[in-house]
Design a protein around this ligand. Structure first.
Ligand code: ADP
Ligand code: ADP
Length: 229
């Protein structure tokens, strides 16, 4: 059985009289430790996929399973524990707490975790050991995103969900962030799913999922990964 699967998943949003089909009949599988990229135009439903996987939204139809559990069957309490312990999130705009240092931001996340990794060591792993006492405003965009990645990683999650982590960064900085995520996936055996428009990612990916208009267009498996320069 695969680590993660979507089976005929649909998602509708109702806003007053307006119904939006954000996803229609989406199915795919991901194995443990895979580095997966979701691509597609704006409004295609990419964020919706991550929100469903992270338990922030519930499906309208179909089944999502992660690590042998149906996410839609989890109780409210189980869902909170799932989000807290099993899932790491990385966002476009870092969402760091401005009056806490890099280290304090990471420590805060590790405090709510069941089996946290060492915050200082995790910051070193993302290349920010020297800057651990800096506040977010004293760090570049790329550095702030590394802090946000360390914050997600120190929870030691099974699944890392990254929603446009390169969206606020220039191409080269974004590429470095993607490389870091790729190394993390490989070194820790962690399953990582990334939404990005940064073209540098495609050669790194084990799987590329194309979503368009709420429908999954195709899943490409990288047969011969190229080395990334
Ligand atoms: P993407 O991440 O590919 O840009 P989204 O998953 O954010 O796409 O959105 C897919 C569709 O669902 C869009 O038409 C969007 O407007 C709609 N949508 C997303 N979230 C909501 C929401 N909370 N309420 C209503 N409509 C939403
Ligand atoms: P990156 O390519 O990682 O985003 P930059 O080239 O933007 O890095 O920044 C280089 C250095 O300048 C970094 O070490 C960073 O700490 C510092 N720096 C960048 N932006 C700011 C800022 N707004 N405030 C303080 N320091 C900054």
């Amino acid at each position: 059985m695969s680590f993660l699967s979507l089976e005929h998943v649909s998602k509708q949003y109702k806003t007053g009289e307006v119904v939006t089909d954000a996803l229609r009949d989406v199915s795919f599988e991901i194995d443990e430790g895979e580095f997966v990229v979701i691509v597609g135009p704006s409004g295609a439903g990419k964020t919706t996929v991550l929100n469903l996987l992270g338990g922030m939204e519930s499906v309208t139809g179909g089944v999502i399973a992660v690590a042998g559990r149906r996410v839609s069957d989890l109780s409210k309490k189980e869902l909170t524990a799932y989000r807290r312990h099993d899932i790491g999130f990385v966002f476009q705009f870092y969402n760091l707490i401005q009056n806490l240092t890099a280290l304090e931001n990471v420590e805060l996340a590790s405090q709510i975790s069941r089996a946290p990794l060492d915050a200082g060591k995790t910051l070193e792993e993302v290349g920010l050991g020297e800057r651990k006492n800096n506040f977010p405003a004293q760090l570049s965009g790329g550095e702030q995103q590394r802090v946000a990645i360390a914050r997600a990683l120190c929870k030691n999650p099974r699944l890392l969900l990254c929603d446009e982590p390169t969206g606020a960064l220039d191409y080269a900085t974004g590429k470095d962030v993607l490389r870091l995520l790729h190394e993390t996936c490989r070194d820790k055996g962690m399953t990582v799913i990334v939404i990005t428009h940064n073209q540098a990612i495609t050669p790194m990916a084990d799987k590329v999922i194309h979503i368009k208009n709420g429908r999954q267009e195709r899943v490409l498996k990288n047969i011969a990964p190229q080395s990334v320069e």
